[in-house]
Design a binder for this molecule. Structure first.
Ligand code: ZN
Length: 265
């Protein structure tokens, strides 16, 4: 970790990522790096630490770009990596589908030429984050807002119907949250979503199997442990306090730890 963190070419770590996937024997490549965001707005009242300001997002994306990295959607990231072209790409994900995605995040993404994946809750469209008891109420996108994001080239994925912990869901709920939300989103956007994102990042083997069986190509988790794989991809929380040095450390340490995660073929 001797590289100067502020030099323009520091931090991609490409030279250290030559280990083939031990499980699949896949070609060597840089480890998957996926940033996890939620809300973009005023972060002053934010007990769950889910909000970054538009200015901070702007600086974080600028930081990536100065290191030769560009944020893209999960679909684009995984497709590029499958053809060996993922170098320099990182995944950008936004959970919950807050209304501020369209008003605050999208202009910043556009300015940096970035794509992203937005994981929405089709059972709460136009509602709010009622599942966070302590946090300030934040509006969620309406159906029209989700369509608008999709029309702007944002990948729409499912976060389930209503933000339920799938490890505590009965069979009927598990099916409706995974398969049911996929059907609703297919009707809403005209495209069946490829990606699912586990609410709270909680998952077990049964939840992962339900996501796979519902037809999703990939699933986003946070720290999936031994369940890691195409339907439980790890992500890194990026918050308001993540400025250059902290971003650099998260990027490098995560990639060193995560070389062996299997990806969709
Ligand atoms: Zn969530």
């Amino acid at each position: 970790m001797a590289a100067p963190v502020d030099s323009p070419d520091a931090g991609t770590g490409a030279a250290t990522d030559a280990t083939p996937d031990p499980e699949t024997g896949a070609a060597p490549g840089p480890a998957l790096f996926v940033a996890m965001y939620h809300s973009v707005g005023d972060p002053t009242d934010d007990p769950y630490r889910v909000t970054v300001s538009p200015e901070r997002l702007d600086r974080q994306l600028g930081w990536l770009r100065r290191r030769g990295l560009r944020g893209v959607s999960m679909a684009d990231l995984l497709a590029a990596r499958a053809r060996g072209a993922g170098h320099g790409l990182v995944g950008l994900t936004f959970d919950d589908g807050y209304a501020d995605f369209v008003t605050e995040a999208l202009p910043v993404l556009r300015r940096h030429g970035c794509g992203a994946t937005l994981f929405v809750l089709p059972g709460r469209l136009g509602g709010d984050n009622a599942w966070d008891p302590l946090g300030p109420r934040k509006r969620l996108l309406t159906a029209e807002g989700v369509r608008q994001a999709a029309a702007e080239g944002i990948e729409i994925g499912s976060h389930g119907l209503t933000h339920v912990d799938l490890t505590r869901a009965d069979d009927v709920t598990l099916t409706s949250e995974t398969e049911g939300s996929r059907t609703v989103l297919a009707e809403l956007t005209g495209t069946a979503p490829a990606g699912f994102c586990y609410p709270y990042g909680t998952l077990d083997a049964r939840a992962v199997e339900a996501v796979r069986a519902a037809g999703y190509t990939y699933g986003c988790a946070i720290d999936p442990g031994p369940l890691g794989g195409p339907h439980a991809l790890p992500r890194v929380h990026i918050g308001q306090n993540d400025t250059g040095v902290r971003l650099f450390l998260k990027y490098r340490l995560h990639r060193l730890r995560r070389r062996a995660v299997r990806e969709p073929r």
